[in-house]
Design a protein around this ligand. Structure first.
Ligand code: FEO
Length: 160
């Protein structure tokens, strides 16, 4: 049986995933404000994905017969200064999220909670992708430089 402690921690992770969505939504609107429509599209898609992550955990908590408790979401950063900088912030943010997911796995393991440990494996794999994608985009930005920004913007507009 899942512990109250595990439920509390999963509820906190729901909060962090929703915050992540809010974090990326702010980036999407910043990108739109500086005319980077493709960047804006990418961050809107990313925000949507974060809400799906939150939903996945919320469904699991519910399935376990526990209650989803939604907490307050703090204001996301507003101090952006360039399109490319958004991907550095993305990478740093995802590294923090990976740390949180790994922390949940440690708790599940220490409590002998095999179901939750197994459930979290999807997130462990997802975090590999969540870090790899901004790393790849940052690499492109570095390679193509400022002149290549419109090309990258066009590529980012393809995300669905
Ligand atoms: Fe839900 Fe970007 O991790």
């Amino acid at each position: 049986m899942i512990s109250d402690n595990m439920i509390k921690k999963l509820n906190y992770q729901i909060n962090r995933e929703i915050y992540s969505g809010y974090f990326y939504l702010g980036m999407a609107y910043y990108a739109a404000s500086i005319g980077l429509k493709g960047f804006a599209n990418w961050f809107h898609c990313q925000a949507k994905e974060e809400y799906e992550h939150a939903g996945k955990i919320a469904d699991y908590v519910t399935q376990q017969g526990a209650r989803v408790m939604l907490g307050a979401i703090e204001e996301p950063p507003q101090d952006f200064s360039s399109g490319p900088g958004l991907f550095q912030r993305t990478l740093e943010h995802e590294e923090k999220v990976t740390g949180l997911i790994n922390g949940l796995v440690v708790v599940a393991k220490s409590e002998g909670d095999k179901d939750t440990e197994q459930f979290l494996q999807w997130f462990v794999k997802e975090q590999i992708e969540e870090e790899a994608t901004p790393t790849r985009i940052l690499g492109k930005i570095k390679t193509l430089g400022a002149e290549g920004l419109s090309k990258i913007d066009a590529q980012l507009s393809a995300r669905k």
